[in-house]
Design a protein around this ligand. Structure first.
Ligand code: CO
Ligand code: CO
Length: 353
């Protein structure tokens, strides 16, 4: 792969990965202007800002449909393809589904990059698809100035076993399965400021499928699940609490974070998307006064291919946490609790007490 070592894909992207997403405040009013969905087979549509659409085919079978694509989040084309695929597959897992097939979505600049670079992107994606037990069976490519890559993924789920973001109950505990800081670290790397080489640890996290976590969660049962991507932990929790008509408490000192991300955020490094997320949260999150700007940014950090956020009955949370750790999901932590309250309102404190 040394022939690609001088490629700096992130320098071609104005914004990287899920941080290139429009913030929720941009999208929600627009979706509200569209005609209401009327097809009774739509079990989950756009109204609840969930991870994927669910379409019922029969009483035993529903399709999970999702697409995610973005500009380069890392320099190496193989890693970019693997991260984009892992991220796209995640939305199927976040609905309790099992992926069955995927399609490539490609924008590629034919003048500035050799086709072999696209080959590496596709190879990275194919490897992750295979790890997920599926093939990528088609796709579509257009010419663009910045490389763009992602997948459309189709999965299946039993209509009674869909894990939406709307089923959380008061008193449920919140489990997060991957550490935060991915947006901050990838931004440091893009700016040439990743002094400690933390990008390697971030790539490892971003190319870890949420498959193992989803299998444990599906087996033990959860009330609500979503994955943490471009809106950050608090942005995705806002969607879950709003959809579930609940409030939530989050305990900063329980939230797993890649250590270098603290160094970089204190050095003033964070993606534009992370700042936009924090501005959006002004109406939704109440931070304890002793939480610094950097700590608030971390909880809003735009993740790419982040972990699952799970609402689980309090009496089952310890069992689930142990099962996750045993399944290799070592970073999983209990990070907060759902509570009755104004839908979507979150209280953030330094610790549980
Ligand atoms: Co998602
Ligand atoms: Co998504």
């Amino acid at each position: 792969m040394s022939e690609f070592s001088d490629i700096k894909l992130t320098q071609m992207a104005k914004r990287a990965g899920c941080a290139a997403k429009h913030p929720p405040g941009y999208l929600l009013p627009l979706l509200g202007m569209l005609p209401a969905l009327t097809d009774p087979n739509v079990l989950v549509g756009s109204a609840t800002a969930d991870d994927a659409a669910i379409y019922k085919l029969s009483d035993e079978l529903a399709l999970v449909m999702t697409t995610d694509f973005f500009t380069p989040i890392v320099d190496h084309p193989y890693d970019f393809g693997a991260i984009a695929a892992t991220n796209a597959l995640s939305d199927v897992y976040a609905m309790g589904g099992r992926p069955i097939a995927a399609l490539n979505i490609v924008g590629f600049p034919e003048e500035t990059l050799s086709p072999a670079v696209l080959g590496e992107i596709l190879r990275g994606a194919a490897a992750k698809a295979n790890e997920a037990g599926i093939d990528i069976i088609g796709g579509h490519t257009i010419k663009t100035d910045e490389p763009i890559f992602g997948l459309a993924v189709v999965g299946t789920v039993h209509p009674q076993k869909v894990l939406t973001n709307a089923g959380a109950q008061p008193g449920d505990l919140l489990i997060l399965t991957k550490p935060l800081g991915l947006g901050i670290i990838t931004t440091a790397a893009k700016q040439g400021q990743d002094k400690s080489g933390a990008i390697q640890a971030a790539i490892k996290v971003m190319t870890t499928l949420n498959r193992q976590a989803a299998e444990v969660i599906g087996e033990l049962g959860a009330h609500a699940v979503t994955d943490v991507t471009g809106f950050g932990l608090l942005g995705h929790l806002r969607n879950m609490t709003a959809a579930s008509q609940l409030g939530a408490h989050v305990w900063l000192d329980q939230v797993p974070v890649l250590p270098a991300a603290w160094d970089y955020v204190h050095a003033g490094i964070a993606p534009g998307g992370t700042h936009a997320n924090l501005r959006f949260l002004a109406d939704w999150a109440t931070f304890a006064e002793d939480l610094t700007k950097e700590e608030r940014l971390m909880l809003a950090d735009a993740q790419t291919s982040g972990g699952l956020l799970v609402a689980v009955a309090a009496d089952g949370a310890a069992t689930m946490l142990t099962a996750l750790h045993d399944a290799g999901v070592k970073d999983a932590c209990i990070v907060g609790r759902l509570a009755a309250g104004q839908p979507g309102q979150m209280q953030v404190s330094r610790s549980k007490a």
